[in-house]
Design a protein around this ligand. Structure first.
Ligand SMILES: [Ca+2]
Ligand SMILES: [Ca+2]
Length: 194
């Protein structure tokens, strides 16, 4: 879990200890929430199924969304805003996702989609809107669902009334990122303890 936090933390400026600490605390909070709700046998580990279920049913549920998801999102944005102007430039955004294994050719078009007012930067409001949509929206055309780039929904059967599966053309490290940012279905190896 802290390894995932470290991946995010590496985008922060060397002197930005506040953001790095916030990222670690937010991930810890998220992990504790997962354990609390999903670790039914109390062994401190989660199966893949337990993890996925808890993410969908608990972590991204409205009552936990702010504390679990947005805490991580806020800390990550603060770390990625390396010139500390309060917004994410294209360079900062691409840099963030490159650290996570998402190439610029994927993240750059996503940046344009998320820049709702077209002023060339992603404001906190735009970023937040993207996170909320990414986690909660079932509309594949919602800008937030381009958080990591275009989604490929093709050939993904929708099972019953469940929320649609979102597929990301991302590398393996990025899948861990997706886990971190919201409800997802195709996960990197599940967390195995703190
Ligand atoms: Ca900035
Ligand atoms: Ca903007």
């Amino acid at each position: 879990m802290q390894a995932t936090a470290n991946v995010f933390a590496q985008v922060a400026r060397d002197e930005d200890h506040v953001s790095v600490t916030a990222i670690h605390e937010a991930f810890e909070q998220w992990w504790q929430l997962l354990l609390q709700h999903a670790d039914t046998d109390g062994d401190g580990r989660l199966s893949h199924a337990e993890f996925t279920t808890a993410m969908a049913d608990k972590v991204t549920a409205p009552e936990h969304f702010e504390s679990a998801v947005m805490a991580i999102a806020d800390a990550v944005m603060a770390a990625a805003d390396t010139d500390v102007d309060g917004v994410l430039s294209l360079a900062e955004y691409v840099c963030l996702y490159e650290a996570l294994g998402v190439p610029a050719q994927t993240s750059a078009p996503a940046f344009a989609r998320l820049d709702l007012n077209g002023d060339g930067v992603i404001s906190y409001q735009e970023y937040r809107a993207a996170i909320v949509e990414f986690c909660l929206s079932t509309d594949p055309d919602a800008p937030g669902n381009y958080l990591l780039g275009p989604l490929s929904l093709a050939a993904e059967p929708r099972a019953g009334p469940a929320r649609p599966v979102k597929r990301h053309p991302c590398t393996r490290p990025a899948e861990g990122v997706i886990c971190a940012l919201g409800r997802v279905t195709r996960l990197a190896p599940p967390p195995r303890g703190l």
